[in-house]
Design a binder for this molecule. Structure first.
Ligand SMILES: [Zn+2]
Length: 381
């Protein structure tokens, strides 16, 4: 790996402490760029939408992010319009960033002053994501290549300077990930951590999970941990907290759901906890499994599809809250997030109307302890 320049352009970045203005919020990375928040205002861009929406907690108002007088909010002239191939949003240094095609753009948090920040390589492939963090843009994408009949996924991670738009992007990582892969990343201080969970063969019964750390100052990548996991078919994630890293994986899509935790200490020792088995109620079709800062969240629609059962557990498998909420026909959970003691779920809803038109809606709901529910935002497109 070449080391042409130091990634640290701002002397204030030479700390491992969290910098609220310049560090990405790791708790939102599971939402894959669909949601971010600043000063009590949520910014929301559903997957596939061309608009960015907001919900202001203080005033309980919502809508497209545009205050232009006489705007109909229905075409590209609207301040909330991001473009057809955008891959989500992120707040950085009090601006809202997004990628569209081969460019990174930003706007003020009130929707004004759209500007192109720089050009980038177009993110062709599956699960494209980005992070703006400490003066740089990081992009991620899985590229699918068919080789001798087998489909191979390659994870690409690239980095671009925000200050020097002329400087070309730099490839940080590019490696094949087997026939099926999922990945998670988090940024902590001057390190990019990413976890790859890959299927070992086409039967999807055996997985290998590997956690990497990329030191953005030294330009070095190393493997922190790797293990062959039987059946981590419901996904994996990780978090760094008080000097340790917890790697969490879940399996049992077709059998009995379970989760398992590996704890990596400072000196490289690994402690294994679990598997914690969670009963059959959340196995099978429609089941979702998410790891947040403190919680493990499971959900599954009931057989009739009109209700959704959810269960929030701590990292020892103990139930923190459990309940059922009404579910609209055609609703699917995209993600669960934690917010303080509460959880937030995002559902995307598709059903056909009487005139054969498709109705597509997104809804964000907050569920607090004791089960009270509040709809934060509902978007129909
Ligand atoms: Zn508008």
């Amino acid at each position: 790996m070449s080391c042409i320049h130091s990634a640290v352009t701002n002397p204030g970045f030479q700390t491992e402490e969290y910098l609220a203005q310049y560090d990405m919020k790791n708790e939102y990375t599971q939402a894959q760029g669909m949601i971010d928040k600043e000063n009590g205002i949520y910014y929301f861009c559903p997957l596939g939408s061309v608009y960015v929406y907001y919900y202001d907690e203080e005033t309980d108002t919502q809508g497209k992010l545009c205050a232009k007088p006489e705007c109909t909010h229905e075409d590209a002239s609207c301040n909330a319009y991001l473009g057809v191939s955008n891959i989500g949003i992120q707040i950085y240094d009090h601006s809202l960033y997004w990628i569209q095609g081969g460019s990174l753009y930003r706007m003020d948090l009130n929707g004004e002053n759209h500007e192109e920040v720089r050009t980038i390589d177009v993110l062709y492939g599956v699960d494209p994501l980005f992070a703006v963090h400490r003066g740089f843009l990081y992009t991620f994408v899985l590229q699918n290549e068919v080789q001798q009949g087998d489909s191979e996924m390659t994870l690409w991670i690239r980095r671009y300077s925000l200050d020097d738009a002329e400087q070309a992007g730099q490839t940080l990582y590019q490696e094949e990930q087997g026939s099926l892969a999922s990945y998670r990343y988090h940024m902590y201080g001057n390190s990019l951590y990413f976890l790859c969970n890959q299927a070992m063969d086409d039967t999807y019964t055996e997985y290998e999970a590997t956690l990497y750390v990329y030191d953005t100052e030294a330009d070095q990548c190393e493997v922190l941990w790797s293990e062959n996991q039987l059946l981590w078919d419901m996904g994996a994630d990780f978090k760094k907290d008080k000097g340790t890293i917890q790697i969490m994986g879940a399996g049992g899509y077709r059998t009995i759901p379970f989760f398992q935790i590996y704890i990596l200490g400072d000196s490289g020792e690994v402690q294994k906890e679990g598997p914690f088995y969670l009963g059959e109620a959340y196995a099978g079709r429609g089941s979702r499994f998410y790891f947040t800062r403190d919680y493990i969240i499971q959900s599954k629609p009931d057989a009739g599809g009109e209700g959704l059962r959810y269960c929030v557990r701590d990292d020892q498998g103990e139930i923190v809250m459990e309940g059922e909420c009404a579910q609209e026909y055609g609703a699917e959970i995209d993600y669960w997030l934690q917010e303080g003691q509460d959880v937030i779920m995002e559902q995307n809803i598709t059903h056909s109307l009487d005139d054969n038109q498709l109705m597509h809606a997104y809804q964000i709901t907050r569920i607090s302890e004791y089960g009270s529910q509040q709809e934060l935002l509902r978007v129909e497109e």
